[in-house]
Ligand binder design. Sequence first.
Ligand code: GLU
Ligand code: MG
Length: 368
Amino acid sequence: MVDLDLPDYGINESFCIGDVHKLDGEAWECCLRGQLRSAVQRLEERHGLTVTAAFEHEFHYSGAEEQPGLGYALRALRRMGGFPDRLMEVLERAGLTPDTFMPEYGPGQAEVTIAPAGALRAADEAVILREVTRAVARGLDARASFAPMVDPAGVGNGVHVHFSLHDLEGNTVNHDPGGPQGVSDTAGAFVAGILKHMPALVAMTASSVPSYLRLTPHRWSAAFNNFGLQDREAGVRICPVFSERPDRDAPGKLHFEYRAADGAASPYLMLAALINAGLDGLDEKMPVPTVTQSDLTTWDDAALAENNIVRLPNRLSAALDYLQESQWAKAAFGDTLVDAFLRHKRCEVEIMDGLTEEEICNRYVAAY
Ligand code: GLU
Ligand code: MG
C-alpha cells in the first residue's frame, strides 16, 4: 500500500498493488504479477535459486527548459529545479530506497535508480517508482514520460534491469574465479537461456512500436542478443564494478544488466520473461556465452553465427512473430497469456500503421 498525503507537493493519493485471481480463487493466467510469482517459485524449487533485481529507469521531464548539448552536466540538473530533490524525498516516503538521480544524455532526460530487492518486490517498486515520478512531476505542473522514444531522432529512454542470482541463504552465485570474466557456470547458464530466447522475449521487455527505434546500434541500447563486458550496447552486460579495493567485494558485486527493456513494458512481465528464459538455460545446463568486447556491427555473419549471436528483431511485429513461434514461451507462460498478449500487441501495431515515426512517438509520450 502506498499512501501519500503531501499537500505542499500537490500529491494526495493512495494505491495498492496485488495479484488478480479468478472468482474461484485460482491464480489468473493473465495476471502479470502472478506470472512473476510462479517464475520465482519455479526457480527456487528447481534450482534452489532466487533473483535480486534493481531497475534503472530513464524518462523525460517536461518541466526543464530543454537545451541540447548539456548531457549529464550540472547545468542540466539545475534546470530541473526542485524536481530531483522532491522526487527522491517522495520515493522514500513511498517506502523505496532511492539510490541515484542524474540528468541523462538527452535534453530533458533523467535517470533514477533504486536499491536492489527480491524479484517480486523489485517489480512492485518499479511500478511504484513510475507512478510516484509522474505524481511528483504533475505536482510541479509538468509531466514525466517513460515512453521509449520521445523523438525519433533523439535518445531513447531505457529501463535497465540489473540482476543477480543467489542461493537460498542469500549468497551470490554469480562469481567463479576460473570462469570467463569471473562468471560462474550457474550464472552463465542463466544468461545463456536469456540470450537464446531474446528474439522472442524482447516482445515482452520492449513491447511497443517505438521500442524498436531505440533498439538499433550506436544508441547505447541493445541491438544483438550478446553478452558484453561492460558494454552499454550489449543485450546483457557484465556490469563494471570496482576491483581495485578489496573492501568493495568485487566478486560479490559481480552482476548483470539486461538492456533491451523500456518503460512501455510491464516490470512483472520483464522479470518473469528473464527468469523463465534463465530457467531454460539452467535446465539445459547451457554453457557460459561468449563474452564480447567489440562493436558487433563490425562482425561478419559467420562470426556472429559461430557465437550464437543474432540481430534482435527490428520491429515489434517481428518480435511478436518470434514469440508466437516460441514453444518455450507457451510452456513458461501458458497459451492463454501468450495468446492475449499477441492479440493486444498486434492490435497496437495495427493502430500505428501508416503513422510517421514522429506521430508514433507522440502517441506513446501521451500514453506513457
Ligand atoms: N539511453 C540509453 C538507452 O536507451 C542508455 C544510456 C545509459 O547507458 O545510461 O538505453
Ligand atoms: Mg542511463
